[in-house]
Design a protein around this ligand. Sequence first.
Ligand code: ZN
Length: 459
Amino acid sequence: MLITNISDCLTGTLGEGERFQGAIRIEGQRIAEMGALTPRPGEDVLDARGCAVIPGLVNTHHHLNQSLLKAVPKGMNLPLDPWLMHVPYTWWPHFDEATYRTAVRVGLAELVLTGATTVAEHHYVFAESYDYNPSDVFFEEAGKLGIRAVMARGGMTRGRAFDDPAIPPAPCETLETFLSEAEKTALKWADTGELAMRKVALAPTTPTFNVTPEELREIARFGREKGLMLHAHLSENENYARFTLEKYGKRPVEWLATQDWLGRDVWFAHLVDLEPFEVDLLAQTGTGMAHCPNANARLGSGVAPADALHAKGGKVSLGVDGAAANEAADMGALLFSAFTLHRATKGVGSVRAEQVLHWASAGGAKVLDMPGIGTLAPGMAADLAILDLSAPRNLGLHDRALAPVITGGLAVRDLFVGGKRILADGKLPGLDLAELADEAMEATETLKSRQHNTVLEAV
Ligand SMILES: [Zn+2]
């Protein structure tokens, strides 16, 4: 396959090689050549004239079950902690395999339609009442669409006390179950190599609240022994620091350094409330950030110092986070938020559009330790998006290569993962979006009636 007439392309790298014009030849799973290339006899040719081309986007933090928990009225105007209580921790018991599978389909479809070629799903509800395995459902659905999939296998040994009898107790597991189930998932699904399609990470929901320090160290030891990365939420708001300062006399990042929880194999979602010395610690240890600007804005949590971490040579990536705190899984909206929010709060010098695209591609690959993806260069995986720029929002641009970041929306015409065209002419082969819409409406109503019945039973 030869993609020709590429004139507006950000490659995901920064500095030299940031932009590219010419043609890209795909052979097998990889980019074979880039430059002024002409089609070989019999070669498939895809014309990218008038389009923008970017590397496939990497979403490093998500909760796909929340794809059916958008705009829950009780949570619309609440900050993080009461929102957690009234949305994710109230609604999780209502999911069964069918509703969860629909939620996963909705979230993944939106990701693919907006240019994501890799998703890291942080699922932390593994309840005994569930007669299915969410990890299996996630990998099955990701496989159907052809997107690279990382299961950050979450869980908790201790639920957060929400001090409200109306909130069901959070599903807890023993440490042994958490570790053995995560290992089983990895043995069943994970593959190896720099072009891996599937990975598994150990991801206790929140290290400060949901496991003991001893368990935290054991999770890190186990992960390193088995080659599984570590992931969790951290410092999403100031309550994390309040808790660790009171309990351990240290700020969260500093405290986690003493629990073996910093390093090149660790990434945290959010990291909004950081002191400069914590940013230094993250940069020095190569610990990754999944910057989730949309969810942080929606919940009023603030703007993470992603620019500061980047400036210190740290690893920054982008995550949409769950759709209950974002209302979407839209990579275009994510890029736009990352671009505008830093500039709104810190000035126009805080971030460039090219840098945001880098975070969402090469940055994500670094954070997830997937060295074969994230940039457009010969030898790299052929994960790339061809974007239609014909909509009015993209007309009149003097620098069309920046469109994916600065216009607030993406229209993906074609999407490749490992050389496979998983979106063609804007259509997802094998997924009927009208059917998915019906299925999602029905599943949302099912969840609402289950919650309604729970409330009736409680009174
Ligand atoms: Zn999250």
